[in-house]
Design a protein around this ligand. Sequence first.
Ligand SMILES: [Zn+2]
Length: 100
Amino acid sequence: MKARKTPLRTCVACGRETDKRALVRIVRDADGYTHVDPGGKAPGRGAYLCAQSACFEAAIGRRRLAPALRASLAEEDVERLRNEFEAAIETDRESSRLGR
Ligand SMILES: [Zn+2]
């Protein structure tokens, strides 16, 4: 049996290595703007997090996200990212139910 290789990425919060598709990518683009990248294809420096709030909060609380992105995250950036992240994991649940 030949298993198709799926790319592995490491969650910056818990350090778990997981299938890229099970993770949420956060990216900092060339202008220094950080945002959640649900498609995983946006250009820029990316960091991966497990698709669960606990890892997002851990990455923020332990200050792992900003260095991983080589970005500085103001309070309002964190708020915005949290909303985008929550929306992304919500969509994810939705599409796995639809069998994307
Ligand atoms: Zn994690």
